[in-house]
Design a protein around this ligand. Structure first.
Ligand SMILES: C[S@@+](CC[C@H](N)C(=O)[O-])C[C@H]1O[C@@H](n2cnc3c(N)ncnc32)[C@H](O)[C@@H]1O
Length: 242
């Protein structure tokens, strides 16, 4: 096992005030090992250095937990979808950290979904599935079904909300993990958020605990049902953002 990876998880979580159980760290180590193995076959991530991966993939993911659980007690089961999860971030580290989450991970690229399925199987993770589907298509079976949607590094916010908000229950949350500067994105997404039944309830600006890179975590509450005509068909949200 990679000591630098483990030490960085422990040190970073301590600095961030996150209590991280030993069995969770062990699973992250195994996950990181699988990530490095698969990454030599095809490109899953450009971040493979152990300290960087520990902070920028794993800690970065679990920093969202505070936003997800803000209205729920820790023991309440949360159904969550991660849109454009890629190699599993942020959904899988969150699920490993809080096993009560029931997670659906989706991605448009089959090879990435195969990798997530491998991690789920090899780490023996319950209540987790990875599906090869586009977000626009999941709303056929997954419409207004999830308590929480999360997404990191997938699209600009006005596009992302058309992927995410149709999947979230009224009263649920969409949490977008973004870089430090989000003011322009927030302004240009205002109209789309309103049309789709959302309301921005907060943007939390934070720094990663070790590199001090900035992040913004945008939380949108689903306050009204999304009109049936959204999402538009695959590709249209990105081509013609609301
Ligand atoms: C830059 S990667 C980010 C992956 C991961 N969320 C992370 O932060 O490491 C963007 C991912 O979003 C996926 N994606 C983009 N548009 C999508 C859509 N409409 N539905 C599902 N997946 C999508 C891509 O296939 C890609 O794997």
């Amino acid at each position: 096992m990679n000591d630098v990876f483990k030490q960085t998880i422990v040190r970073g979580c301590t600095m961030a005030g996150i209590e991280i159980p030993g069995d969770v760290i062990k699973k992250y180590e195994k996950y990181y090992q699988l990530l490095c193995q698969k990454n030599s076959e095809f490109n899953l991530t450009s971040i493979t250095d152990p300290a960087e991966a520990a902070e920028k993939h794993f800690i970065d993911s679990i920093l969202l937990y505070q936003d997800i659980s803000r209205d729920k007690s820790i023991s309440t089961t949360i159904s969550m979808v991660d849109i454009g999860s890629g190699a599993g971030f942020p959904g899988l580290p969150l699920k490993i950290y809080q096993p009560d989450i029931i997670i659906t991970l989706i991605d448009a690229v089959g090879k990435k979904v195969n990798f997530m399925q491998q991690v789920i199987k090899e780490l023996d993770i319950d209540n987790a599935r990875a599906i090869h589907i586009r977000a626009e298509e999941l709303s056929v079976t997954g419409r207004e079904k999830y308590d929480v949607a999360v997404s990191r590094a997938v699209a600009e916010l006005r596009v992302l909300v058309e992927y995410a908000l149709p999947l979230v229950k009224v009263g649920g949350l969409f949490i977008a993990a973004k870089g430090p500067n989000v003011q322009d994105e927030l302004s240009s997404a205002e109209r789309a958020i309103k049309i789709l039944g959302g309301k921005i309830i907060g943007t939390r600006h934070i720094a990663l605990p070790l590199s001090h890179e900035g992040r913004s975590i945008i939380t949108i509450e689903k306050v009204n049902n999304t009109p049936d005509k959204y999402p538009r068909r695959a590709g249209i949200p990105k081509k013609r953002p609301l």
